[in-house]
Design a protein. Structure first.
Length: 197
């Protein structure tokens, strides 16, 4: 993802920590758990992170769900404008990652960024369950990505049949099944989802 956000290893480390901690607030209450996550992260002693880095992690956790924040949001006011933009970029990535695990069934097994002339494409590897629910969730959370990176979020989905892989010969590639383009309930294609063989 570095070609997309350009934030380096610290950005990656902060994003990874936010990804691990973003749902910690559900231990208090599932309702508004993102607010609880922010509070818990801010008031915990996170080993290896200074106070400012903990604020970044807490802010990403706060905005991983719900309406996408604007740069003028009060909870971003304590950061300088450059840091606000960076936090929102990392949050946009976290929101997509969270959506890709929407069902909590591990349907998405891998994601990689592929450079393309029209902009980056996220190539998603799905196990043999249909990932339509996860892709729908991504549609709901993609607005911040568009604002931060100035591009529509695009995917290619590969489905690996785990059952088929068990019956194939040793060393053979898993079987793949195609998925058609995903359309939103409104009938408008919001994401360009293609199958890859």
């Amino acid at each position: 993802m570095k070609p997309v956000h350009g934030l380096g290893s610290l950005g990656r480390e902060l994003l990874e920590s936010a990804a691990l901690l973003h749902d910690v607030g559900a231990s208090i209450n599932r309702s508004k758990h993102h607010h609880h996550s922010r509070y818990l992260i801010l008031h915990a002693a996170l080993a290896g992170f200074d106070r400012e880095e903990a604020k970044w992690i807490a802010t990403m956790a706060r905005f991983h769900t719900g309406r996408p924040p604007k740069l003028s949001h009060p909870e971003l006011a304590e950061f300088v404008p450059r840091d606000r933009r960076r936090i929102l970029q990392l949050t946009a990535i976290l929101r997509i990652a969270d959506a890709l695990d929407h069902s909590h069934r591990g349907r998405i097994v891998a994601v990689r960024v592929v450079d393309a002339p029209q902009g980056p494409i996220l190539e998603i590897a799905s196990r043999d369950e249909d990932p339509t629910l996860e892709l729908w969730a991504v549609e709901q959370k993609a607005a911040l990505w568009g604002r931060c990176f100035g591009a529509t979020l695009r995917f290619q989905v590969r489905c690996f049949s785990l059952a088929g892989a068990r019956h194939s010969s040793p060393g053979a590639a898993p079987q793949r099944a195609p998925y058609a383009s995903l359309r939103a309930a409104r009938g408008t294609p919001l994401l360009r989802v293609t199958s890859r063989r």
